[in-house]
Design a protein around this ligand. Sequence first.
Ligand SMILES: [Mg+2]
Length: 409
Amino acid sequence: MSDNNRLSIIHLDLDAFFASVEQRDNPVYRGKPLIVGGISVGKGNSNRGVVCAASYEARKYGVHAGMPIWEARQKCHEGIFIPSQMNKYLKSSKEFFQICSNYTPLIEPLSIDELFLDVSGCESLFGSSETIGRKIKERVYEELGLKVSVGISKNKFLAKIATNLGKPDGFYIIPSKDIQKILYPLPVSSLWGIGKKTEKLLKKSGIYLVEQLARMPDSILENLLGKNGKKIKLLAQGIDESPVTPPSTAKSISKETTFSTNVTENAVLIKELLIISQLVGYAARKKGYKGRTITLKIRFHNFITFNRSKTLENPTYLDDIIFKTVVELLDKVRHKKGGVRLLGIKLSNLTSGNERKQLKFLRDEEDKKDDKLEKLTRSLDKIREKHGSKAVTRASLLKIIKNNRKVPN
Ligand SMILES: [Mg+2]
């Protein structure tokens, strides 16, 4: 199967989490409509506060999270109302995350009981995403006594849809060939970015189903939904390129240089950009991050500062790519008389660097080119670490400086 069709994203969501923990710990609650309330519920007799979680038995009465306690009491006379015990849930949550982290470092938590995993690159160790999903489901039940619903597909959006379709105690896979079949009949509210307000607006225009959005001309969608229209249409078509991003990800990596005297010569600026590119690239590699967005910061003698950014198709930590991008960006800044005071480069939109390619459009050729560059950069890092940071600079990059602004391919 091509990368395009790999089903390597797993979404996991513990079923009725707080209520399930309570039912696990107190046999008398099992099989009963159990309602866990917010902090202000007190000893379980108060009517203030809202429902934090309702067991599936309670949901049959129409009780759901977020509902005021008094309303839940009206709907479910037999309900057992108890206050929440956050410490207990946090402990189980931690254990749940720990089990998942055995299979990949690429974990993105969504809430206390819900997360995404990207298992691309882990299959040779643990088997297919389906095998990994089943294993985690099994372990969560055996080790924690909790049921988790699992959704698997080629991206985050579809994986979460899969989980919701399978709940409770679900295990649902959306293979590439079935995306339309599964997605199109769903209500528009299944899409990210469509809340109650937008749903109402779409209904007014006779749009109820995902299929209608998927087939709608861009111009009409844009009129209806503004700049979100395009993104929502992509989701409706099952396209979501957002990577699974671990929370520890730093926001950005940046370095800058202030010149002792204002610089007017372009070649000097470019040479400095090369040095900064190497510093940023090296820092990113050391920290294990790649970034998709590269920003050039340039401050002129009069303290007017410009930031120019470019977002790449693939995240990078390679000096060459960072350097070529900032040289391109520098070209777009019109030079001011009086010279430049400060130059800076920022790498942002970071993802964990050891992940496999998330983006689909990559051609094999590009891959190979990047791999070669990667090896070269890594060996240069070793030389620099041994002999000092300025020990080596690649000849092709020096040529860019020499030719001033000419960027070789
Ligand atoms: Mg849940």
